[in-house]
Design a protein around this ligand. Structure first.
Ligand SMILES: [Cu+2]
Length: 215
């Protein structure tokens, strides 16, 4: 079994990429708008002999300004919308491959349970193989919760009698302490509904999963 995602774009990459686009476009728009503002503040500053006039000496210039600024705004909005739809599409369409690990995630007041295909279950510790496509089927045993790993930009509601799916992939093995949290106020213990994400090598994962349950 080859569990490597290789060239795939993960939701984590898609959302972080979208974040960059928002930041860079925001900076560009800020530079243009603030420069325009400062230019006019300086150029049309108060002078002793200045007499205000409402005469429009160049009407076509004004129309051109409106067309250009509106077009630029529309282009920016199209880029941001397309990027958002793309990231959402990556998130909601797990790659069609057999090399995936499916894990059931069950929210409880106030802990997370992770159930593996062979029935073994972990509490507050999600263990996954590095580089694999990990598909989580998220539900709840009691009230609404929300399962999220902010570091990897994934989050989805955990709702009783319903399964919501999310997928992600982590290349770097290690224990990501307190990486998993509940993001839906679910009761008095909500703030303590925290779990670790443990990413192990594929060999270690195969070895662990091949051990007998309860063995
Ligand atoms: Cu909660």
């Amino acid at each position: 079994m080859n569990l490597s995602v290789g060239y795939l774009i993960t939701p984590t990459q898609a959302w972080y990429g979208l974040w960059d686009i928002f930041v860079y476009l925001g900076i560009a728009v800020g530079v243009v708008v603030i420069s325009y503002f400062v230019y006019h503040v300086v150029r049309y500053r108060s002078k002793e002999d200045y007499v205000p006039t409402y005469e429009n000496k160049n009407g076509s210039h004004d129309l051109r300004f409106v067309l250009v600024s509106t077009s630029l705004s529309i282009i920016v909005l199209i880029i941001l919308s397309a990027g958002t739809l793309n990231a959402a599409s990556v998130t909601f369409n797990p790659p069609a491959t057999n090399d995936t690990v499916n894990i059931e995630v069950i929210g409880h007041q106030f802990y997370w349970q992770f159930v593996y295909p062979d029935g073994r279950s972990l509490i507050n510790n999600l263990t996954i193989p590095a580089g694999a496509v990990v598909i989580l089927n998220v539900t709840s045993q009691d009230v609404f919760h929300s399962f999220g790993i902010s570091q990897f930009a994934v989050k989805i509601d955990a709702i009783p009698d319903r399964y919501n799916t999310l997928w992600f992939s982590v290349q770097q093995p290690g224990v990501y302490v307190d990486a998993i949290r509940c993001y839906e106020l679910c009761g008095a213990g909500h703030a303590y509904m925290i779990a670790n994400l443990t990413v192990v090598s594929q060999a270690a994962y195969q070895q662990w999963i091949s051990q007998k349950v309860n063995g």
